[in-house]
Design a protein around this ligand. Structure first.
Ligand SMILES: [Ca+2]
Length: 178
């Protein structure tokens, strides 16, 4: 007598499943950060598809010089990134500001809820070869304890464990040039 009940239960679950968790969800965001005398604003819309394993959408990055009040950078960039681990992608938005190239370390995660997170620093691609790898970790190590601004990517005045940790966190991540 249990079998029919099980069938009904399974049918009910099958009907509910698509409502509980869609594979593709879109989220909007608008966040501002203060870094190294700049105000950096990151806004846009991102869709995370956990079936296709893609992150897509567009992100607008605006950088204002806090001293002059002038907008020194403003650009909207399309995002199309594939991922094959976890429920989302981690990527770097590289912003061609002068004298330091800024980077926005970005995460977009799907699943039951879609979320984004961002953090601003100088670019962790210290030698500017388009990849974040052992060469960049070596640059941090070689300048450890100094005030070399190229390796002080957190801009706190000293090349230290925080810079090393940031490069390690961003290691191998795709770089999107905005
Ligand atoms: Ca590099």
């Amino acid at each position: 007598m249990k079998a029919p009940i099980l069938v009904i239960a399974l049918l009910a679950l099958t009907g509910l499943a698509p409502l509980v968790q869609a594979s593709s969800q879109t989220t909007a965001f608008d966040k501002s950060f203060t870094f190294n005398n700049f105000t950096v604003t990151v806004s846009g819309t991102i869709t995370v598809d956990t079936t296709a394993q893609t992150v897509s959408g567009s992100i607008t990055v605006t950088v204002v010089n806090d001293t002059s009040g002038k907008t020194i950078f403003s650009q909207t960039t399309p995002i199309n990134i594939s991922f094959n681990t976890n429920n989302g992608a981690h990527f770097i938005l590289e912003v061609p500001t002068f004298p330091a190239t800024l980077a926005i370390s970005s995460s977009a995660t799907g699943g039951s809820t879609t979320s984004t997170s961002f953090g601003v620093s100088k670019t962790p691609d210290i030698n500017h070869d388009g990849v974040i790898n052992i060469m960049d970790l070596t640059s941090i190590a070689a300048n450890f304890g100094t005030s070399n601004p190229a390796a002080d990517i957190t801009a706190d005045g000293t090349v230290n464990i925080q810079d090393l940790t940031l490069v390690a966190l961003d290691f191998g991540d795709p770089i999107v040039f905005v």
